[in-house]
Ligand binder design. Structure first.
Ligand code: SAH
Length: 470
């Protein structure tokens, strides 16, 4: 076999990037745009020893789960990888992926996995759910500003202003920004030369509060004729905060360190399950508020709090889960590596008059052992006289994709809480960590996948483990 050869291929699985996978004469082929159940004519684009890449030359028989993507740039934009898969099939696929990883990586028996797996929580309306959008701005060949999305694996902007995952107001805001740029001859940033001003338009919308934030990321420190832009943006319903963020670096990180508010508040306020959060342009905040409420609700259900419990919330971010749980617990301790997030967490606790939550900056794998061994955090005595606090009732973890550090897991086991609730955004590292946590004292009780990122390959999960002798 060689490049450009064509052959018939049955697609049987999806790879981590959403590409179709099929086997042919002992070789594994990865095919962008193909779905499990498709029978295609594949054209070889690249060959390695045991695997290769191919493109779809023709779909001979489409998968029963294939349908027209609602979005005109599906397949071009890098955002949604599996939009051409029927939503119910997406959910089935994600559910199965979690179960497979628990068996393959976690080493759990298939019967056990079948017994603990709960049905995935999907969205009723899997569109227009994102509360945050970051549109790159570039100039087209005629020098007109365009806003949209980066093409897959590139930094070329595809014009597209009403993404199906985002909210309607995004398009209105982008039109205002582009009109302002044209009228005042304000340039868009050019990555290749490092010249030009407007890099990104960051938009955030509070789904509960209806407050709107716009932050222009600029390659400089001031925005010319800013008053004209502010005046136009103020007309947008719900506009609460207009700011510029200065980023003169030539890397891929969107936001710089300095944000100046041009008009209104420095933040918007939104709430999840009755807890209010102030969100600044740089704050981390879950992007799918409808599903986040279900996710945190499940975590709260699994924590099974009566008001008497001590709870640790590791990897707590701006304290969203901590504050959600604090209402039902005696005391919550949150740990997070990013200092600004901990400042947000403390501010949000005060905003909600929550006094039974304490927050600490640091790595979970360092803060937890110091607490367990010395009763202190960063040298500050925490434990007072009550040694029983060493063994909290519940530990919640919500780590980034790489999962928990081994030191964090082993300290959790030594602390021996009654229940462990693991919120995960990567089933593979989740399964790896559950293998360690459930090796001896803990029972895997329930696993609920939650679809936070519809049309993408990502799966979020909430897991309950309980100590065997309680
Ligand atoms: N629970 C929060 C945030 C989860 S995202 C929410 O639902 O909003 C994971 C968080 O872990 C991020 O805020 C990240 O900054 C933090 N983090 C990453 N590595 C860490 C570590 N080693 N120790 C503590 N926090 C860490």
């Amino acid at each position: 076999m060689k490049k450009n050869d064509t052959f018939q291929l049955e697609i049987t699985d999806l790879g981590i990037g959403g590409e179709g996978i099929g086997k042919y004469e002992g070789m594994t082929f990865f095919v962008k745009g193909a779905l499990p159940g498709d029978r295609i004519v594949a054209g070889v684009t690249k060959l390695k020893k045991t695997y290769g890449y191919a493109r779809v030359v023709e779909i001979i028989e489409p998968s029963p789960n294939r349908r027209e993507a609602v979005c005109p740039v599906s397949g071009k934009c890098g955002g949604c990888q599996i939009m051409e898969m029927d939503y119910a099939a997406q959910l089935r696929f994600k559910q199965q992926k979690v179960a497979d990883d628990l068996v393959r990586i976690g080493g759990f028996a298939p019967d056990k996995v079948a017994a603990v797996m709960q049905p995935i929580i999907g969205m009723e309306e899997p569109y227009h759910f994102r509360n945050k959008a970051q549109y790159p701005v570039q100039e087209d060949a005629e020098g007109n500003p365009v806003a949209g999305f980066y093409a897959l694996r590139s930094h070329r902007v595809i014009e597209h202003e009403n993404c199906y995952l985002g909210v309607e107001v995004n398009e209105q805001i982008l039109t205002i920004v582009k009109d302002y740029m044209r009228a005042n001859r304000v340039s868009a940033y050019d990555e290749t030369t490092g010249k030009g001003l407007i890099r990104h338009v960051l938009i955030r919308v509070g789904f509960t509060s209806k407050e709107v934030m716009v932050c222009l990321v600029i390659n400089g420190s001031t925005l010319p004729v800013a008053g004209a832009l502010v005046e136009a943006l103020q007309q947008v319903e719900g506009m609460t905060s207009i700011s510029v963020n200065s980023n003169t670096r030539r890397d891929n990180v969107i936001l710089g360190n300095v944000t100046k508010t041009l008009w209104g508040a420095d933040y918007i306020t939104d709430s999840i399950g009755g807890v209010q959060f102030q969100i600044q342009p740089r704050s981390f905040y879950q992007v799918n508020p409808v599903q986040t409420e279900k996710l945190y609700g499940k975590a709260l259900e699994y924590a099974n709090l009566t008001g008497e419990e001590t709870v640790w919330d590791l990897y707590c971010g701006i304290g969203t889960i901590s504050l959600f749980l604090a209402k039902k617990a005696k005391m919550v301790y949150g740990v997070e590596i990013v200092p600004e997030a901990i400042e947000d967490a403390k501010r949000n606790a005060a905003l909600n008059h929550i006094t039974n939550a304490r927050f600490y900056v640091g790595k979970a794998e360092e803060v937890l052992p110091e607490y367990y061994e010395q009763g202190s955090i960063h040298g500050e005595r925490i434990l007072e006289a009550d040694a029983t606090l060493k063994s909290p009732d519940v530990i919640v973890v919500d780590p980034p994709r790489k999962g928990c550090d081994e030191m964090c897991l082993s300290t959790m086991l030594r602390m021996a809480p009654k229940r462990i609730v693991y919120v995960s955004c990567d089933p593979a590292t989740l399964a790896r960590d559950l293998k360690i946590l459930c090796a001896e004292d803990y029972q895997l009780e329930a696993v609920t996948p939650v679809d936070q990122f519809c049309h993408s390959m990502h799966v979020e999960c909430v897991v309950l483990m309980s100590k065997a002798d309680t």
